[in-house]
Design a protein around this ligand. Sequence first.
Ligand SMILES: Nc1nc2c(c(=O)[nH]1)N[C@H]1C(S)=C(S)[C@@H](COP(=O)(O)O)O[C@H]1N2
Ligand SMILES: [Mo]
Length: 370
Amino acid sequence: MRFTSLLRSPRLTSQLGIVTGSAIAICFVTGYLSHAIQHPPWWFTWPSRPVNLYRVTQGVHVLTGLATIPLVSLKLWSVYPKLFRWPPVRGVVHAIERASLALLVASALFQLASGLFNIYRWYPPMGFFFTVAHYWTAWVLIGSVLIHLGVKLPVVQRALGSTIRREPATGGLTRRGLLATAAGAVTAVVAAVAGQTVRPLAGLSVLAPRDPRVGPQGLPVNGSAHAAGVMAAATDPAFRLELTGPAGTKMLTLDQLRQMPRHTARLPITCVEGWSATATWTGVRLRDLVALAGGDESYQASVFSLQQGGYNQSAVAPPHAHDPLTLLALELHGEPLHLDHGYPCRLIAPNRPGVMQTKWVHRILVEKAA
Ligand SMILES: Nc1nc2c(c(=O)[nH]1)N[C@H]1C(S)=C(S)[C@@H](COP(=O)(O)O)O[C@H]1N2
Ligand SMILES: [Mo]
């Protein structure tokens, strides 16, 4: 087999490698952050401010992941003639290097595919296993990237130190043209999806599964009341919020909740799936409910949904539990919450993944924070 492109060179491969590796590293760190916020290890606390920080880190996670797709493709294109070299394995070290490379490519493909499925809300038979698989494969990927980097560092240093090979005089894509195409592909992929989190780009984002402007009360819905099976319970006039803490258990009616001091906050919903949108929420401060239950700043609140199963509960630890912007929201944009947005009441806290903004809350448990 003959490979004719003169564009392939160790220098180009090295440059692509640096860009791709950086994108993967940023994607890894922001992905780990999202994981740690949802499953905090003992040494980890996540602040409640700035309110949009998670929105930025998760947006960067999704967009660097997407950018990696054209980058990895180009990187593979730049080296694939090597696959046809004979003999395929030259000695033990070479065999190990090849094996780590196979692991690198396989884990990268798995991460990109599973991430894409998640953005497009298609959960293959893996079911809830998605997050677990995506999490552990990330470690395999970053490990094999580091091995690859270690092995190739001398090659990269040599390649980047070398002078650029003369371009062929006629025909075909130039090196600069290729890099411009790569940058264009990355920009196109990012722009086609970024609008689901960057509102001014929403019109551009033809591939985005969500438009942050579209949904009941002008806000997208992840999981309707019907799908959650809460239609009857959420609209039952006998609804009570069960509030339990050191002061015992109180059953609050909706009117009692509405009569508590009300506050308004502009806060985003940031779905881990990559869309986000800011809205105006009005309701009761969670810290007022914590105080009513007999807790103080050293307490946390766990909120429970009427929904059976699914994302039906979350723990709100300090500092979020006491942030004045953390609300048990009753209203969205000045109207009672739409059923699909969590009527009669839902949690909304600053700087927090959407999956932890529990809807259709009917029970709050106030306990000493761990
Ligand atoms: N009870 C319950 N709350 C939930 C969910 C859910 O499935 N059940 N989905 C969460 C997810 S993944 C997101 S992104 C937000 C979306 O809120 P919205 O539908 O009001 O936009 O709600 C969260 N709260
Ligand atoms: Mo979500």
